[in-house]
Design a protein. Sequence first.
Length: 187
Amino acid sequence: MNIKIISPLPQTYLPISACLLGINTKYSGSNNSCASLFHLMELGYFVPILFCPEQLGGLCTPRDKSEICGKNVFMKNGNDVTTQFYNGAQEALKILRLYPDVKSILLKSLSPSCGVGTVYDGTFSGQKVSGNGITAKLLLENNYNCVSSDNFCRDFKPGYYLGLAEEYSIEPFDDFAVKNKGCFYCE
Ligand code: SF4
């Protein structure tokens, strides 16, 4: 791996969907741990601020899978969890407002809370549609730069997307480490 280091490193606070840094907040009780993200953090590029809107909204873990259907959010078992999703989004916004300099946020792709640009279509069939998760939508409306974890990993240019570095090598992070530590890219 060959990363151009900016010196001195900025002490940049980076809010992140908690599941991306290995916290078991995912509906299944597991996480979406990203080795590339860990690596960048270990290099000192950012100080993470972890949050999970679904937990902040009062949902338990593990929980049934949810998808957005129109303006509401339903669990696969039919429970309407719209209120919890909107409450969680407001709580996430409250956390971010404690850090006035924060502009970029890294959010887990496809989540009905955190997804940016693309989400599942509400039929629990794996079909995707254009749209944002409930929290992502609120944060975008509040002018945050919401970066999808898909862009973060697949392009291997996290610094570019998050404004943490000026330039990265096109050489990807170590494949072996990514596969061994686990990563949403290869989930
Ligand atoms: S709500 Fe966001 S942070 Fe929480 S588990 Fe889902 S994707 Fe991860």
